[in-house]
Every structure is written in structure tokens, then in C-alpha cells.
Design a binder for this molecule. Sequence first.
Ligand SMILES: Cc1cc2nc3c(=O)[nH]c(=O)nc-3n(C[C@H](O)[C@H](O)[C@H](O)COP(=O)(O)OP(=O)(O)OC[C@H]3O[C@@H](n4cnc5c(N)ncnc54)[C@H](O)[C@@H]3O)c2cc1C
Length: 383
Amino acid sequence: MDLDLTPQQVRATQAARAFAETHLAPGVARRDDEALFDKALFEAAGGRGLAGLPLSEEWGGGGAGFVAAALAVEEIGRVDPSNADTLSAHTALVAVPLWRFGDHGQRERWLRDLAGGRSLGAFCLTEEGAGSDVLAVATTARRDGDDYVLDGRKIYATNAGPDAADLYLVIARTADETARSRALSAFLIERDTPGLSFGPPERKMGLRGAANCDVVLRDCRVPASGRLGEEGQGFAIAMKTLDGGRIGIAALAVGLAQGALELATHWAVERRQFGRPLSDFQATKFKLADMLSRIEAARLLTLRAAWLQDAGRPFGAQAAMAKLAASETAMWTTSQTVQILGGRGYTRRSPAERMMRDAKICEIFEGTSEIQRIVIAAHHLGT
Ligand SMILES: Cc1cc2nc3c(=O)[nH]c(=O)nc-3n(C[C@H](O)[C@H](O)[C@H](O)COP(=O)(O)OP(=O)(O)OC[C@H]3O[C@@H](n4cnc5c(N)ncnc54)[C@H](O)[C@@H]3O)c2cc1C
């Protein structure tokens, strides 16, 4: 990366690369094989300042901004996309909205531990009937005196589980559908709250080293002081949060594609057929050239969106473009990497097949590629 980075951005990049290569690379295949989420790795990343990079130092963050956070997630995604996902969901989907929308008491209570990686966050929006259609959320939060009582079931939540997240940001319905985008509210719920429980671990195609499961809310009583923002602000909080989260997924996807490119390049140079290295064949060179160009384009879109976020300027359309381009680049690049590795790429003799499985989800979560196109077109047309 030959952009002019600030010393903080350089430090974040270097810290993430060192952490990824020393602590994540050795076990990445085993964690994928065994579908093993290891919370100690998240805590170790937090101990190196990687869990709260964009948050202000006042609240235990790195004060390094969103470009630094994207660079760090890219470095981790290059080696271990599951842990990049854990970190990105934690920071962008829980710590940042708490920092942004939380009141002083909420920040005092939770933010420093989140920023330092001593506490892990999970964001719970999706339900069986509410995926792309966020306003279809059916989980209810009924006001009862000084409390809210929540009932419903969230699905797929990243970082959720009895051995995983400590704090849950839950979007629930506080008014009927006539309130439209004012019908939802956001709540912060600690893991040990009575009425909060978990489904079994989700069995996934990829990102098998990340934790995902259903979050069940049954008569779950939350004090009104646990409501994030005003009643009726939940949809706006969720949408703004996802704008930032998409930059994290874009960075993860760029890193994943970069890791695949490096693997493909190494193999193309080493592997010989017809008396020559594969890299001598124009068919291979063109694949590598296209990978390089697409990755660079996705990286620049990602950093531009993060830069706009750092500047306090609107960045929703750019975040959607970055996520769309980066996730499609990751899917295409990992598929081409499998092709360059031939039979080896299809088997677990190489990490290429894991990378391809890991890449697919980038086109789905935090808004599918179709939803990103809808967002981009809406910004363009002003609809
Ligand atoms: C591993 C994993 C981790 C996840 N982590 C979280 C998390 O931490 N928190 C959380 O809340 N959720 C999480 N999710 C949920 C994820 O964000 C949703 O799966 C995603 O938003 C899509 O919703 P859906 O699965 O219900 O698909 P649907 O909305 O049912 O979409 C199915 C298909 O229809 C298309 N489609 C839908 N509507 C339209 C339209 N208007 N126009 C064109 N095409 C359309 C979609 O693009 C898609 O191709 C996770 C999911 C997975 C698998």
C-alpha cells in the first residue's frame, strides 16, 4: 500500500499483520475444519488495540479512525477471514453505534471494555421473516414501567453464543407497522440477562471459525436505561450502523482476495506443466492481472468510504459500492485461485477451497449484493 498513511494508520496495519501472521495463521485451517470459535483470539487482538481502533481514546479506543480500522481488518482478512468477521462485527456493529448513539451512562458501563476487547459484542437484527426487509422485524419490546420486555428470535447473529458475545445490540418492535420506519427501537442486553438464550451453533459453508447462532428472547426484561437512542430510532440506528459495517465487510473481502492472489501467484510460479511454470501461460497471466486490478479497485473504494466516514461526510453510497465491489471481487478471485491450483485447489491440500467458501458470505450478509445495488441506485436517482 503506497498511499500516504498517517503514523497511526501504519501502526494499525503493522500490528494487525503481525498479529495475523503470528497468532492467527497457525490455527486457521484447524479452526475451519473443526468449526471452532476461539474467543481468546479476539481478546488477544483487543489487547493489541485492534478491537476499538476507530473509537476515541477517551473511551479506551485507538483514536485511529475508520481508515485505520479498515486497513487492520484487511490484514486480518488476508490470513483469517473468520476472525476479521468477529472483529469487524464487534467494532462496527456494536462498539461504534454505542459510542455514537449511547448516552454517557451506557458508554461508562460498556464502551471501554468493548474498545479494549475485554467484552465482545453481537448485533441482532435478522429474523426468520425479516432479512433484507428490515422493517418486517417481529421481535417485540413492550414497555412495562421502567422496563421493556422483549420477545422474539434473532437468527444467524455473528459473535452470539454462551461462550462468545457479552453484549447484544438487539433491534425490536416498539410500535405497529403504521409507525413505519419509527416502529423499531434498539436495546443493549447483557448475556446473562434472564430470558436471553441461544440456539445451537450455526453450521456454515464458510467463516467456520466465527460464532453464529440464534438469539432467543423470552420475557426478557431490559431496563429502559438499556435502550440505545430514542424509542422509534431503531431503524435509523440499524441503517447507519450497517453503512459502517459494510466498510468492514469490504475490507475483509479485500484482504481475503489479497490472500488468494498471493496463493495463486506462488502456485503459478512454482507449478510446472508442459516443461514450464504455469505463470508462463498467457491464460494464467491474464487471471493474475485481472485479480490485481479488481483487488486494487475494491481496496481504493473501501478506503475512500472509510476516509469519508473519518471526515464526517456522507458515506452510505460509497460503503455500498465498496462492499459490492469487494465481495464480488473476493468471490471471483477465490474461484480463479481454485482454478489456477487445479485439483489441489479443490481439496483441503491447499487453503484455496476454504477461501472460496469464506468469500461467498460477503455477497450475502450486511445486505446482499442485490440490496447494495438497490442502495447505490437509490442514492444515484435520489429515490
Ligand atoms: C454467516 C452469517 C452471519 C450473519 N451475521 C448477522 C449478524 O451478525 N446480525 C444480523 O442481524 N444478521 C446477520 N446475518 C443475516 C444476514 O445479514 C442476512 O442473511 C442477509 O441480510 C440476507 O437476508 P436473508 O438471508 O433473509 O435473505 P432474503 O432477504 O430472504 O433474500 C434472499 C434473496 O432474495 C434477494 N432479495 C431480497 N429482497 C430483494 C429485493 N427487494 N430486490 C432484489 N432482490 C431481493 C436477496 O438479495 C437474496 O438473494 C448473517 C447471516 C449469515 C449467513
